[in-house]
Design a protein around this ligand. Structure first.
Ligand SMILES: Nc1ncnc2c1ncn2[C@@H]1O[C@H](COP(=O)(O)OP(=O)(O)OP(=O)(O)O)[C@@H](O)[C@H]1O
Length: 328
């Protein structure tokens, strides 16, 4: 459904020093800086898949989605979505896709959402009976009967996002680009919107590409993630394989029959081993993967271990580490 080959985007940004003289100078002789936002991204997505595009601020996620949605022209590379070249913006293509942004609204502020849905339905040439069907279905799934006739400007953030989703799905797109759909929402509203997106995908097989900084969104919806950093793909694969591939550490959690600080301090640990806060008063040791077996042997030899488990670090910690280090 989505094929992306070596896609790049470099923004050309005017640079101006502070001060009136520089401002006047830049009017006559503007200078520009090149900002490489996406630098050769390639991936493909099957019909019906839900894929998370993750990465730190400024990684190039929104720029990638905007190119795929036909909102930006790339600097290089190619992409095909539903057999169309997105930036040609053919009407038939725009009827097959939708982009919903958590930080931008397509609702008309002064009119009720229902009227906006109708206007969008007409723009996309959706027959009236089909509009009714889509609106009824989505309104029921999102439990938002009471929102349809309130002016959009009076809606809360969560209520507005529900309406944005209906507005974005009125023409039943095959591909949905969701950019930070749960931005700023409370945890309960986040969970409801996630449940909706999952249900919608099950019912209609819509392909979903999602960006979010909330790992809860990604882990609830996307079995597969594409991790972008500095405009390049660092990882493309199963979410639950991310820690194994990208984190060089294992967590060894154990509890002791008798706790003895002296015995713990006497265990010979490999280089780089670090004590961490363990759950339920268990001890937790972070070691490099290659040292995990010998560390476990040393612990079992030296201590009265009652039980012991080895895990990958939590996905949030792995992501945080990658984002901070900036490379792998
Ligand atoms: N219109 C623009 N003009 C110039 N530079 C831009 C523009 N939009 C984005 N950029 C730059 O391109 C880079 C990638 O931005 P982008 O918005 O794609 O990142 P992102 O991964 O979506 O970040 P975030 O998670 O913060 O939304 C950043 O360095 C950003 O400053």
């Amino acid at each position: 459904m989505i094929e992306v080959q070596n896609l790049t985007k470099t923004y050309r940004v005017p640079v101006r020093q502070a001060g009136l003289k520089s401002a006047l100078g830049s009017l006559f002789k503007p200078t520009y800086e090149e900002v490489p936002a996406v630098r050769g991204v390639s991936f493909s997505v099957q019909a019906g898949e839900m894929v998370g595009l993750i990465g730190p601020n400024g990684a190039g996620k929104t720029t990638t989605l905007k190119m795929l949605a036909g909102l930006l022209y790339p600097s290089g590379g190619s992409a095909r979505v539903a057999d169309f070249i997105p930036w040609e913006r053919k009407p038939a293509y725009l009827r097959r896709i939708s982009m919903v942004l958590g930080n931008k609204s397509q609702l008309q502020w002064d009119i009720p959402p229902l009227d906006t849905f109708r206007v969008l339905g007409e723009i996309y040439s959706v027959p009236r009976a089909e509009q009714d069907q889509v609106i009824d279905e989505l309104v029921e799934l999102l439990e938002m009967q009471d929102l349809l006739r309130k002016p959009a400007r009076n809606l809360s953030l969560g209520e507005r996002m529900k309406c944005e989703l209906v507005a974005g799905l009125i023409h039943r797109p095959q591909v949905l680009f969701l950019d930070e759909p749960t931005l700023g929402l409370d945890v309960s509203m986040q969970a409801r919107l996630r449940a909706f997106v999952r249900r919608y995908n099950q019912l209609h097989g819509c392909t979903v590409m999602l960006t979010s900084h909330y790992m809860g969104d990604v882990s609830a919806l996307c079995p597969r993630v594409i991790l972008i950093h500095h405009g390049v793909v660092l990882y493309d694969g199963a979410l639950n394989g991310l820690a194994q591939r990208l984190s060089p550490f294992k967590l060894i959690q154990f509890s002791l029959a008798q706790t003895s600080a002296e015995a713990l301090a006497a265990v010979r640990l490999p280089d780089g081993a670090e004590w961490q806060e363990g759950a339920d008063e268990r001890q937790c040791l972070r070691v490099r993967r290659e040292y995990a077996t010998e560390t476990i042997a040393a612990l079992l030899n030296a201590l009265p271990v009652a039980d012991l488990g080895v895990e990958d670090p939590p996905i949030e910690a792995v992501i945080d580490q990658i984002y901070q280090e900036g490379s792998l």
